[in-house]
Design a protein around this ligand. Structure first.
Ligand SMILES: Cc1cc2nc3c(=O)[nH]c(=O)nc-3n(C[C@H](O)[C@H](O)[C@H](O)COP(=O)(O)OP(=O)(O)OC[C@H]3O[C@@H](n4cnc5c(N)ncnc54)[C@H](O)[C@@H]3O)c2cc1C
Length: 603
């Protein structure tokens, strides 16, 4: 292991908070080296798997990650959107969509994914949500034995170290795990208004990871002392000197080495420092490269849809529906609500002020707001026809600021919103109002539309083609519109009207032909600017062998292959009504136990 100058430089500014933190040494695997397990990708899932497998001292584990270190800025919760315009993002974009992202730069959706130790848990907005118990019971109904809520709850709790005082005795939360969960220490009157609004509308102020999901709450976040607690900080840093775990950074895997006669995964080929190397696994190769990365690697290695691979000249070893079943959560975040008092909302000028920086040093202040999200609400609309009462189909995220307050253009860059669009919609708004604005963003958490990932070519460096197909199912657009109306009901409560809260009403470009605030207007606005919440899942779907749409078994082994597993967001068969980091960490915890069970006799 060695520290290079760049490592030392970035870590100079990120002093460890305790002995569990500290930067991870880089290992340089030699060509031809053998390990027991090779884990591809140090993201939300990969960090957990590498930690849990290397608990067995006899097992040699190699973790390969394409990106490098986190840094001081990636730890600052409110700066999350900023990270998507750095090299920590793989920088994927969708193919042009019919019903979404029509007004965004290049008419495509921006799909950030983490390329850094910690993966997308470093880019994400820190929100910790698990979804509804029946989301997991549905997985069992799809043939995935062992994944019921009752069976996965212990794995959510295993990784968790709940820091929220009133939840420490809750049967739904865990204490002493690697992953710190906390509220942001900062609140403003906006939080009070949100709570009051919920109560006025008949919703409970609740623990959304507890007994009931529907309700209003302050976001629970992957946070330690007001800073981001990524998967890497939580699961890798405390074990960075474990002798049987090697972490190789800046190592991009381009292919899985598979014996074409036996379909046994033998190892992987990767590039580091411009050199191509091969490393071998005595027991298993585990793909934790994420919903895009794992699907891409499988297909490039000959595991995927026969016809598609044949068109690209790739020898097909197993015909499997890799890349299908892409599901995601889309959100409508273009609206700004203006209040008549200062000190409630956060914009980029408040965030960049010396007083905010000083408060952050003490683990407090507005910079600790997770990705700018100050409140969450879950509700069920009339379009949730297939859902039992208590299962929401719309989530509302209250942003402490809004797109209108994005004076420096950082949020615009992340979302792909053009400067022209910003000028047309918010240009007429006085500067003071832009700074006194916040957002209420509805999220479609039970989407019916399904997309697909395909290869662009047989070359790893060509970005895969991603077709999310947002709003392809007509109910999705209707449910999202209900989300916009729900936000309006929240604003019309006394809680918010105390501050004279109003919706900014300049029409969105290309929707001026519709009467502002009519149903048709919102349908148009949603299709012009909706963006992803970056929850892509499902491209290597988990299901029994009898399911023709499944890629991996309920034990996460790739069907028709040997010694090859996928452990990440891609195995999720149906997206839960939840932000996806917590479910992925749970999957990785459970997968680690499945792997240990499978190799029990031969440790
Ligand atoms: C901007 C953003 C905001 C989000 N906000 C939230 C939120 O607030 N709450 C929440 O719960 N979820 C959120 N999510 C989603 C959540 O973070 C992801 O669902 C989760 O991190 C996915 O975990 P994963 O392990 O499947 O993939 P990732 O965490 O993306 O990990 C994959 C890893 O594999 C590496 N990799 C990929 N290909 C290769 C290769 N060929 N060779 C070597 N390494 C490779 C990547 O660099 C990456 O480190 C957000 C995501 C993003 C991008």
């Amino acid at each position: 292991e060695r520290y290079n100058i760049f490592d030392i430089w970035t870590n100079l500014f990120r002093p460890p908070q305790n002995e569990n933190e500290g930067f991870i040494p880089d290992y340089n695997p030699k060509n031809g080296q053998e390990y027991d397990f090779i884990v591809v990708g140090a993201g939300s899932a990969g960090c957990v798997v590498a930690n849990r497998l290397s608990e067995v001292p006899q097992w040699k584990v190699l973790l390969l990650e394409s990106g490098g270190n986190e840094n001081y800025f990636s730890d600052i919760p409110i700066f999350a959107p900023f990270l998507s315009i750095t090299p920590m993002n793989w920088g994927y974009t969708s193919e042009p969509e019919q019903k979404a992202c029509r007004d965004l730069r290049g008419h495509v959706c921006y799909l950030p994914r983490g390329k850094v130790l910690g993966g997308s848990s470093v880019l994400n907005f820190l929100i910790y949500q698990r979804g509804h118990p029946d989301d997991y019971n549905d997985w069992v109904r799809m043939g995935n034995d062992g994944w019921s809520y009752e069976e996965v709850l212990p794995y959510f709790k295993k990784s968790e170290n709940i820091k929220i005082q009133e939840l420490k005795n809750s049967t739904y939360h865990g204490l002493g795990g690697y992953l710190d969960i906390d509220h942001a220490p900062y609140s403003s009157s906006l939080n009070t208004a949100f709570r009051e609004a919920g109560e006025e509308l008949g919703y409970e102020w609740n623990d959304p990871n507890g007994e009931k999901l529907i309700g209003f709450s302050k976001p629970q976040a992957t946070m330690r002392n007001g800073k981001r607690c990524s998967s890497s900080k939580a699961f890798l840093e405390p074990i960075r000197f474990r002798r049987n775990l090697k972490v190789s950074k800046h190592s991009t895997v381009t292919r899985i080495i598979i014996d074409p006669f036996t379909n046994i995964a033998k190892g992987v080929e990767f590039i580091k420092n411009n050199k191509r190397r091969k490393v071998y696994a005595r027991r298993e190769v585990i793909l934790s490269a994420g919903s895009i990365g794992s699907a891409q690697l499988l297909m490039l290695s000959g595991v995927g849809p026969k016809e598609h691979l044949r068109e690209l000249g790739i020898n097909n070893l197993v015909n499997l529906p890799v890349g299908y079943n892409l599901q995601d959560h889309v959100t409508f975040s273009g609206n700004a609500f203006i209040v008549n008092a200062s000190g409630l909302c956060i914009n980029d000028i408040t965030a960049a002020s010396p007083s905010s920086a000083a408060a952050y040093m003490m683990g407090d202040g507005p910079l600790t707001i997770p990705g700018g999200a100050a409140g969450l609400a879950f509700t069920q609309t009339e379009f949730a026809r297939d859902l039992a009462p208590g299962r929401p189909d719309i989530e509302l995220v209250m942003g402490a600021g809004s797109l209108a307050g994005d004076l420096l253009g950082i949020i615009r860059s992340m979302l792909g919103i053009t400067d022209n669009w910003y000028r047309e919609v918010y240009g007429s708004l006085p500067l003071e109002d832009r700074q006194r604005s916040f957002s209420l963003n509805p999220i479609l958490i039970r989407p019916r539309s399904v997309g697909r990932v395909t290869l662009r070519s047989s070359n790893f460096s060509d970005q895969p083609k991603i077709h999310p197909n947002y709003f392809e199912h007509p109910d999705d657009l209707q449910a999202m519109k209900e989300g916009v109306r729900f936000a309006q009901r929240v604003i019309n409560t006394n809680g918010f009207q105390r501050f004279g809260t109003r919706l900014h009403s300049a029409p969105f470009p290309n929707c001026e032909g519709f009467l502002f605030n009519s149903d048709e207007y919102w349908e148009c606005a949603i299709m012009q600017t909706s963006i992803t919440l970056d929850h892509q899942v499902g491209t290597c779907k988990m299901g029994p062998k009898s399911d023709p749409t499944a890629v991996v078994s309920p034990r996460l082994l790739v069907h028709g292959m040997q010694r090859l597993r996928v452990v990440d967001a891609s195995v999720i068969p149906r997206i839960p009504a939840s932000h996806t980091h917590a479910p992925v960490v749970m999957i990785a915890e459970k997968a680690s136990d499945l792997i240990k069970e499978d190799w029990e006799g031969s440790i």
